[in-house]
Write a new protein. Sequence first.
Length: 299
Amino acid sequence: MTDTIETVSRQSTRAVLKEFWFYFSVNRGAVIGLFVFLALVLVAVFAPYLTPHDPNMQYRDVFLLPPSWMEGGHVDYLLGTDAVGRDILSRLIMGSRLSLFVGVIVVVIALTGGIILGVIAGYYGGKIDTVIMRIMDVILAFPSLLLALVLVALLGPGLINAMISIAIVLQPHFVRLTRAAVMAEREREYVVAARVAGAGPLRLMFLTILPNCTAPLIVQATLSFSNAILDAAALGFLGMGAQPPTPEWGTMLAEAREFILRAWWVVTFPGVSILITVLAINLIGDGLRDALDPKLKRS
């Protein structure tokens, strides 16, 4: 009997995953974004083995060397060097690891706090809901980058403080989504049955209701991942995020501002890296929305 139940469970899981991939793969852009993102993850994981040079090493004889295919370029520096002779390709590869690290940490912090506050607000309602949502409304009333700048200014410049600030800025989106999903689920029959069976508030909130609210949170987490990378790059560009000589894409852009006209590559390649990464993640988010939204499936 147990073997039969396990077999049925595996078949059910396999069917769910097959259905998910069918609806996800219909969106060709999402599939392309997924492969680009997986390639980026591999680059980040094996970054120390892929970098041709030390990303912080300054080669004094190759200041602002152009890419290897241009006149004056060198094959040892495929994408050229920056104003102090550091290899741009090596810094971009190490920067991918940093950007993914920032995105993961920010989303984990924002998602965890947002789920806890959203579940509490949606389940209890009343004054607790009012207080939590008014605080979230205040946070949303400020432009996200401006608020992040203010928070970093209070906490002090640095990558850790930048991640905390970005997570606080992104948290209201998770709170609102979770609250709305919990309010839609809390009076359903399975919740009432669990309550009658003696389940306590914590069990009802986090084990009974929350698992049925995950679809919109997954999509929001994906989009927040790209926003976190963008905001971290923006703070780095403004000098409030990762500090030199850290090979972070936004910091690389900030260091290259004065060389835009005479050495286009020191600005172009970090900018293109940010563009490709954020675009790929947004495309994945669109595919997840298509695959997880029942309304879109029925259409």
